[in-house]
Write a protein that binds this ligand. Structure first.
Ligand SMILES: NC(=O)c1ccc[n+]([C@@H]2O[C@H](COP(=O)([O-])OP(=O)(O)OC[C@H]3O[C@@H](n4cnc5c(N)ncnc54)[C@H](O)[C@@H]3O)[C@@H](O)[C@H]2O)c1
Length: 316
């Protein structure tokens, strides 16, 4: 069992706290906004209930046990002092992160892993020089208690022993750590998702297909094979010569990023901002966001269970 400190209790922080608690660790959680810190236990309990229902957390995980495993404190010093791992999950603003790293620097032990959950920032220049050997990125996806992938990225001066400790810790909780050789903004999955985003908005904006048709193509075509094969094993099944010919023929012209999408701008202008507003690309039939999130999570859990039974088809 390790003592884990999590800074930031927002969308990611409370979810990461739940992952570590269920993984058998003692967690301390803080946030600079009192209201966010107050809401965190309720959100974690609701997520725990969904996990219990699906058999992903056993019945001994009561709300009371959770409150013992995750201590919330308004004090960053109380949260960080003596922790073996400190995870920064605050707002994605370089100045805020730099100030926080400077503030906690005197509180860190020389063996403490200092991890940032940043999505896109090269955080290493924001971290004090003497902490570079302890610093790394550990990037979870939302919701972290359902999505198992965690990207681990060392900085230019990170001691490999810290990377290995973080990798082992995450693997020990049943999640899937991937260690990148060096920092690239968006890591692997978010970069691929960004490429899909550009393509989807090109097809929509230029009138090739409707939102329904695009999602049907993704759900019934693209997505079906990905959980079993990934992309490169799928290429092995396609045949690498065909892959080479397709590259050489250059029939695919990737969209040029313009920094905006007409479809997205129109939806935002109409107040159709997604599930929280009841409408986005689709109309969600008056269902509450909480109901929709629960429905999504139940389906994801059922899919994970089925995929665990089926297993991926991969070579060495
Ligand atoms: N939302 C996602 O899908 C997602 C996924 C992966 C990674 N991330 C990354 O995780 C980090 C947090 O994102 P989020 O979506 O949880 O944001 P969020 O806005 O929901 O939460 C951030 C929290 O940090 C708090 N905060 C700000 N400064 C602080 C400080 N000095 N000390 C303590 N708390 C402070 C804020 O009050 C807020 O509650 C970002 O770096 C983001 O890029 C987000």
């Amino acid at each position: 069992m390790s003592e884990i400190a999590i800074l930031g209790a927002g969308i990611m922080g409370h979810g990461i706290a739940l992952v570590f608690a269920l993984g058998g660790h003692q967690v301390r959680l803080t946030d600079s906004r009192a209201e966010t810190l107050e809401k965190a236990p309720g959100l974690m309990e609701a997520a725990l209930e969904t996990l219990r229902e699906a058999g992903e957390a056993d019945a001994s995980w009561t709300a009371e046990r959770l409150r013992d495993a995750i201590r919330c404190s308004a004090s960053p010093a109380e949260t960080v002092r003596g922790a073996e791992v400190v995870i920064e999950a605050i707002t994605e603003l370089p100045d805020a992160k730099r100030a926080l790293f400077a503030e906690i620097d005197p509180l860190l032990g020389d063996d403490t892993i200092l991890a940032s959950n940043t999505s896109y920032l090269d955080v290493f220049p924001l971290i004090p020089a003497r902490r570079q050997r302890q610093a790394l990125i550990a990037h979870w996806y939302t919701p972290p208690y359902l999505v198992d992938l965690v990207d681990i990225v060392p900085g230019p001066e990170t001691d490999p022993a810290f990377v290995e400790r973080m990798r082992a810790l995450i693997e020990g909780m049943g999640q899937v750590p991937i260690v990148l050789k060096k920092f690239i903004s968006g890591y692997i999955a978010n970069r691929i998702q960004s490429a899909i985003t550009l393509e989807v908005f090109k097809l929509l904006d230029e009138g090739y297909a409707t939102a329904r048709e695009i999602d049907d193509a993704i759900i019934h075509g693209l997505a079906l094979r990905i959980p079993i094969l990934g992309h490169l094993a799928k290429a092995d099944f396609t045949g690498i010569e065909l892959v080479r010919n397709a590259l050489a023929n250059r029939t695919y012209d990737p969209p040029v990023p313009t920094g905006r999408s007409e479809s997205v701008d129109r939806l935002v202008g109409e107040g159709r901002t997604g599930v929280m507003a009841g409408k986005g690309f689709f109309d969600w039939g008056g269902r509450s966001p909480a109901d929709l999130f629960r429905d999504r999570d139940r389906r994801l859990l059922a899919l994970k269970k089925a995929l665990r039974e089926i297993g991926p088809l991969t070579g060495e």
